[in-house]
Design a protein. Structure first.
Length: 53
């Protein structure tokens, strides 16, 4: 649960300036770029977890 709040705070801190300047394309582009490796990590973690029971 703490990771969720930490990630949200980090995202707000890093994207806040760009959002305040109206650069929403940059904010969403960075979010999409961050989602790809996170998705890969989750898929690999789930496969490993289910493989070991």
């Amino acid at each position: 649960m703490a990771a969720l709040f930490t990630g949200s705070a980090l995202g707000a801190a890093l994207g806040g300036g760009a959002a305040a300047d109206g650069r929403f394309g940059t904010v969403f582009g960075l979010a999409a770029a961050a989602a790809v490796p996170l998705t890969v990590a989750v898929v690999l973690g789930c496969r490993r977890f289910t493989a070991h029971g």
